[in-house]
Design a protein around this ligand. Structure first.
Ligand code: SF4
Ligand code: SF4
Ligand code: SF4
Length: 249
């Protein structure tokens, strides 16, 4: 019989919702415990920083020095590292402040009870990340799939398809024809087009695609009569603004 993977769960700046959905679902936990031993997790049996790990599962983004130090320390004692959920993979909910006007960001920094960084960062801004599991919250079956593959010594491969592909497969009527702005064309799926299936627009909680035609979609939204502010909000709910010029460009 193979040795179980020694796993730790860690929370940086976030709501801990991704860990909660995992620990709350008995069915998932029981399946996972066939492959893993949880040796360090605040929500399970407490923290045990002395334990060496095969796999660290990290939720939350980096918004202060402590987040960064904790992340670097965990990376040093783990063979593999997974970013777990939107906060870890794309800065997510805490990262919404990145899109505020600069003056507001500075005032937030001044008012914070504990020092915070100018921006909130995803974890791959500071350490090597082996796998990114997207979503707010994550889909726990995706984590189970990665755990089973690592246990069997195979490399997990995460599919990267846009939400529109899954939406079309579900034969949903397209929201764009109803003048509802939807980010499906430029968002990573894997969620089986959850929101458009329930008549809600996609707001890219699983991140925006590397090669999406953002400009064309923005133009379409404008033609649909969507205000500039709403377009800005849509593109920055979960991810960095794709229209913002990066340093050095
Ligand atoms: S991705 Fe969503 S559910 Fe998960 S920790 Fe962040 S805010 Fe919470
Ligand atoms: S509703 Fe959204 S996700 Fe679905 S096909 Fe239209 S644009 Fe794509
Ligand atoms: S449809 Fe978009 S916002 Fe909704 S779960 Fe999927 S990626 Fe996230």
């Amino acid at each position: 019989m193979r040795k179980k993977l020694r796993v730790g769960f860690f929370s940086l700046s976030c709501c801990e919702g991704c860990s909660l959905v995992f620990f709350d679902l008995e069915e998932n936990m029981l399946k996972a415990l066939d492959f893993i031993e949880i040796v360090d997790a605040r929500l399970f049996d407490g923290n045990h920083p002395e334990e060496r790990l095969d796999l660290a599962i990290i939720e939350g983004g980096i918004q202060n020095e402590r987040d960064k130090d904790d992340l670097v320390a965990v990376r040093k004692r783990s063979d593999y590292l997974i970013g777990f959920g939107a906060c870890a993979t794309v800065a997510g909910v805490p990262g919404m402040r990145n899109a505020l006007p600069q003056q507001m960001q500075k005032s937030l920094q001044k008012k914070a009870i504990k020092p915070i960084k100018e921006k909130v960062y995803p974890i791959n801004a500071f350490v090597k990340v082996d796998y990114l599991l997207q979503g707010c919250p994550v889909f726990t079956h995706e984590l189970l799939d990665v755990l089973v593959k690592l246990y069997h010594g195979t490399k997990p491969k995460l599919e990267e398809v846009p939400v529109c592909k899954e939406c079309i497969e579900r034969e949903n009527p397209c929201l764009l024809f109803q003048r509802i702005p939807c980010l499906g064309p430029v968002s990573y799926g894997g969620c089986k087009a959850l929101c458009p299936t329930e008549r809600g627009q996609c707001i890219a909680c699983r991140g925006i695609t590397k090669d999406g035609n953002f400009e064309a979609l923005r133009e379409l939204f404008r033609k649909m009569g969507v205000s500039e502010q709403e377009i800005h909000n849509l593109f920055t709910y979960f991810t960095a603004n794709p229209f913002e010029k990066k340093e050095g460009e």
